[in-house]
Write a protein that binds this ligand. Structure first.
Ligand SMILES: [Zn+2]
Ligand SMILES: [Zn+2]
Length: 266
């Protein structure tokens, strides 16, 4: 097509978009190939965007957690149930959850930069840490095993168009690569662009999520690992797990970068 046939405003927009894309690619390449400075403290961090010292300071989850939703449990719960009161009353549809960190500074900021600031170079760092903690669990607990398939929490197509990428799929891609496991971005779909769940009452959350997800194919007894960035109320992950169970999945585990220390607190 002759470029002069494209209206001037459209050409300008195209040029702007192209320049932004080139910048993003340059940013990604620089972070992938060159020795880096830690994005938090500015000291040399080798091939990773966050240095080992800063990573060690990330907020950790208490060792004692709800076996179902990874919520830190009070120490006086020892010897009692290993399930939090919330899960005891309303068991989520997923079998178990794993989180790398507790949701707090600076991991909350890094996740926001990753999601809304397009700091995609953090995907590899996040994926590697999530993969390592999963591997460690499978190694330490003979009852646990790697999944047959990893799926990211889906984004609604409208939101995917606005954001340009699905942050959960980015993390999943790196986790799957690190562990040598299969992943799919299209098996689980989001049909409704639901409002954020935090701050809603339980009944409102469920009403909000009814019919929000679909899995149009049979999962034939597959053990699935569902990945998201943050676990807050767990309602969306549970709604996904319900759909996956309905599609024939025999076990559904959940893995996230960070768990909010209290249910619903974001
Ligand atoms: Zn640092
Ligand atoms: Zn729980």
């Amino acid at each position: 097509m002759n470029p002069s046939l494209i209206p001037r405003s459209a050409r300008y927009r195209l040029a702007q978009e192209l320049s932004q894309s080139v910048q993003k690619v340059g940013h990604l390449l620089a972070h992938a190939l060159l020795p880096q400075d830690c994005v938090l403290c500015g000291l040399p961090s080798g091939e990773t965007p966050v240095c080992a010292a800063c990573t060690c300071d990330f907020p950790r989850l208490a060792a004692l957690q709800c076996t179902r939703c990874a919520l830190p449990l009070a120490t006086n719960a020892l010897g009692a149930s290993m399930t939090c009161p919330d899960c005891a009353h309303h068991t989520p549809a997923f079998d178990a959850a794993t989180a790398v960190w507790s949701y707090g500074f600076p991991i909350d900021t890094l996740i926001r930069d990753f999601k809304y600031g397009h700091h995609l170079y953090l995907g590899g760092f996040f994926g590697q840490h999530l993969a390592q903690i999963l591997q460690q669990q499978w190694h330490e607990n003979p009852d646990l095993s790697p999944p047959d398939l990893i799926l990211p929490m889906p984004l609604h197509p409208h939101r995917l168009k606005t954001r340009g990428f699905n942050q959960a799929a980015e993390i999943t891609r790196h986790v799957a690569k690190y562990l040598g496991l299969a992943w799919r971005s299209d098996a689980l779909r989001r049909l409704q662009d639901t409002a954020p769940q935090a701050g809603l009452r339980r009944e409102e959350r469920w009403a909000n999520l009814r019919g929000a997800f679909a899995c149009p194919e049979s999962l034939n007894g597959a053990h699935v690992l569902l990945i998201d960035d943050v676990l807050t109320t767990g309602a969306s992950l549970s709604a996904c797990a319900e759909v996956l169970r309905h599609a024939g999945s025999r076990r559904i585990d959940v893995a996230v970068l960070a768990r909010t220390p209290e249910p619903g607190h974001a």
